[in-house]
Ligand binder design. Sequence first.
Ligand SMILES: Cc1cc2nc3c(=O)[nH]c(=O)nc-3n(C[C@H](O)[C@H](O)[C@H](O)COP(=O)(O)OP(=O)(O)OC[C@H]3O[C@@H](n4cnc5c(N)ncnc54)[C@H](O)[C@@H]3O)c2cc1C
Length: 368
Amino acid sequence: MQNYDIIVVGAGPGGSIAAKTAAENGYSVCLLEKESLNEGGRYKACGGAIAWELVEEIDYPENMIGRIIESLELHHVDGYDFSKKGKGAVIWRSVFDKFLSDMAVASGVILKDRERLIRIVKIGDSYQINTKNEKYSTKYVIAADGVTSSTLKALKWPFFEKSNLILTITKEMKTSKSYINSTLGSDVVHLFFGIKNLIPIGYAWLFPKEEIITVGWGNQINLIKNSREEFKKFVALPFVQTALKNSAIEIFKPHLIPVGLRSQLYKENVFAVGDAGGIVDPISGKGIPYAMMSGQFAIESIKSCESKDRLDKLGTQYERLLDKNFLRVLKAKRTARDKIFDNDETLKKFLSLWEKYRSSEIVMRKLI
Ligand SMILES: Cc1cc2nc3c(=O)[nH]c(=O)nc-3n(C[C@H](O)[C@H](O)[C@H](O)COP(=O)(O)OP(=O)(O)OC[C@H]3O[C@@H](n4cnc5c(N)ncnc54)[C@H](O)[C@@H]3O)c2cc1C
């Protein structure tokens, strides 16, 4: 039995930052990841769009970026186009996640990849975790194992409501860099909306990387009748057809995005971080920075409650930190999402506002 102060399950952005923060604060920490992180890492369905501030904050090397982005084109299928300026990057998740887990290891984290949590039980004050090969025990558990979190499932935490789940389909389409530049633009990502004629609640996208276009589609799961047919409707749009002409499919992958919180984010020394907690922007589906921040805040909560000898306050402290930094805004966005996607007129109004304002400003200033 291997014993650690903290076990983090899942080496996505949330898990790696939680583990790194824990090691930097002097805890013994083990990071369990079910996939292999070597040989280029594992594929994860994701647009991979991140803000330039994040690239700078973590010193992410430019040669690891799939494409630098200067603007976002918002297309409504009724024929309205909006353009939002702003620098960002599109990254490959295998490369990005490996970069973050390497940072964790450099801080002293013990990383065990190809170690899937298959069982977790609470015995007295500690948790016992079984993977295929090993047994572990720990006082604190960080569940950073994504939307379908096996950790939280084994601990019988309630799952997400269907209205808080988006089913996505991702296709990685190989083409040439010059063709991408001529059809999509060299530094532009494209989002496609339309409640009546495309997707009731959600959107579709074309994210260019070096020689690949990430083609994505996401719709609220309980509104989907036939996802493949609905996806085809998107791919049949003339703009999309032109962009994908002569491209070859490399990867096809469905995945869920949670767009509302779990009913609890903490219980008995277990913290839900990132997608496991549903800590995602409910309008855009952006989750990478929130996963990273929630991982950091889970550890800061442990540290601060231990120093004050107030372990009874762990859950309150975690939610307080989340709320203060961004959760209050995400909650307001969850309410606003229903209004925005209620009909095409409010959606178009939102898209036109989004051209000028950040989505958090639109929601918090009640511009919609
Ligand atoms: C199609 C799509 C497009 C997206 N586009 C964007 C975007 O452009 N920008 C953005 O910011 N966000 C985007 N997101 C959201 C983003 O991908 C997630 O919010 C983010 O990955 C959450 O990070 P995480 O660390 O919480 O979980 P994850 O990244 O899901 O990581 C969980 C990790 O846990 C591991 N794991 C799972 N089960 C176990 C187990 N039993 N034992 C051990 N390890 C386990 C997994 O292998 C994985 O590595 C997108 C999501 C999807 C589906």
